[in-house]
Design a protein around this ligand. Structure first.
Ligand code: HEC
Length: 251
C-alpha cells in the first residue's frame, strides 16, 4: 500500500515539475460539447465556426484536406454548398487546346488555399508560415484548448519585454511572440442566427469547427464506444446468469 502512495506522490510531484518548467502559461481547460464518452458536435456551432474560418482565418490559412461537399455533414444543404463553392475560383485543365483555365469551384473540389504556394504565403506574412488548419487541433498538444486560448491570448507585453518587428505578444505562444496578428475581436463576425458574437464565442465556435475538421468521425466513434460497452455489460450479465444456472446442482 505504502509503495502505491509513494508512486502516487512521485507522479504528482514530477508532473508539477514539468508544468513549472514551461515558460508559457498553463492552459485553462474550456468545457467542450465533444468531450467525454457521449461527446457530440453542435450543428449550429459547427456552421458558425465555418463562418468564422471563412471570414477571418481563410485569408491566411488553407484547409487543404477539406472538400466543399464535406460541409453537408455539418448541416448545410447541397444548394448552400454549391453556392459556397461557387464563390471560389480553381485552376483546372488542361482543356482540348492544352491550356489551363479558371472555373468556379464545385462541391467536389478541395477548399481553395489563400496562397498559390508556400513562398507566397511566407512573403505575405513577414516570413512566417501560416500552417494548414485541416488537422491543427490534433497537431497541437491539447489542440482545442490551445487554439481557443491562443486566439484570446493577445495582451499588452510587459514593460521589460521587447516584441520583435512584425511580431505580436501572446501569453500562450511558445516564447510569447507570434507572427500572426490578433485575428478575432468582439463582434468581428456577424452571426445570421443572432448568437452573441463576443470574441470568446467566436473562438469557441471556430474551435468546434476545427475539431470536427480534424476528426469528422468523432461522433460515430463515441457512439460505437457506448454500444460496445453496453454490449459487454449485457453479455456479462447473461454469462453470470448462465453460470449460476449451470452450477446450481453442484455443491
Ligand atoms: C493575417 C494572416 C492571418 C490570419 C487572418 C490568421 N492567421 Fe493564424 N497564423 C498566421 C501566421 C503568419 C502564423 C505563423 C505564426 C508564427 O509562426 O509565429 C499563424 C499561426 C497560427 C497557428 C499556429 C500557432 C502555433 O502554435 O504555431 C494557429 C493555430 C492559427 N494561426 C490559427 C488561426 C485561426 C484559427 C485564425 C482565424 C481566427 C487565424 N489563424 C487567422 C497568420 C494568420
Amino acid at each position: 500500500m505504502k509503495i502505491f502512495i509513494l508512486f502516487f506522490l512521485l507522479f504528482f510531484y514530477t508532473s508539477n515539475l514539468f508544468a513549472a518548467e514551461s515558460s508559457t502559461k498553463s492552459l485553462p481547460q474550456h468545457e467542450w460539447s465533444f468531450e467525454g464518452i457521449t461527446g457530440t458536435f453542435d450543428r449550429g456551432a459547427l456552421q458558425r465556426g465555418y463562418q468564422v474560418y471563412s471570414e477571418v482565418c481563410s485569408g491566411c490559412h488553407s484547409m487543404k484536406l477539406l472538400y466543399y461537399r464535406d460541409l453537408i455533414d455539418i448541416g448545410f444543404s447541397e444548394d448552400q454548398v454549391k453556392a459556397i463553392a461557387s464563390e471560389f475560383t480553381v485552376i483546372d485543365g488542361p482543356n482540348d487546346e492544352g491550356e489551363m483555365f479558371e472555373r468556379d469551384a464545385r462541391p467536389a473540389d478541395r477548399f481553395v488555399s489563400p496562397y498559390l504556394n508556400d513562398n507566397e504565403a511566407r512573403a505575405n506574412n513577414n516570413g512566417a508560415y501560416p500552417p494548414d488548419l485541416s488537422v491543427i487541433t490534433k497537431a497541437k498538444k491539447d489542440g482545442a484548448n490551445y487554439i481557443y486560448n491562443l486566439l484570446l491570448g493577445y495582451k499588452d507585453p510587459p514593460a521589460d519585454m521587447e516584441v520583435g518587428e512584425g511580431m505580436y505578444y501572446n501569453i500562450y505562444m511558445a516564447g510569447n511572440q507570434i507572427a500572426m496578428p490578433q485575428p478575432i475581436y468582439d463582434e468581428s463576425v456577424d452571426y445570421a442566427d443572432g448568437t452573441n458574437n463576443s470574441a470568446e464565442q467566436l473562438a469557441e465556435d471556430l474551435v468546434v469547427f476545427l475539431t470536427w475538421a480534424a476528426e469528422p468521425e468523432l461522433e460515430v466513434r463515441k457512439n460505437l464506444g457506448i454500444k460496445v460497452i453496453l454490449f459487454f455489460i449485457i453479455l456479462g450479465f447473461i454469462i453470470f446468469l448462465a453460470k449460476n444456472r449451470l452450477w446450481r446442482e453442484v455443491h
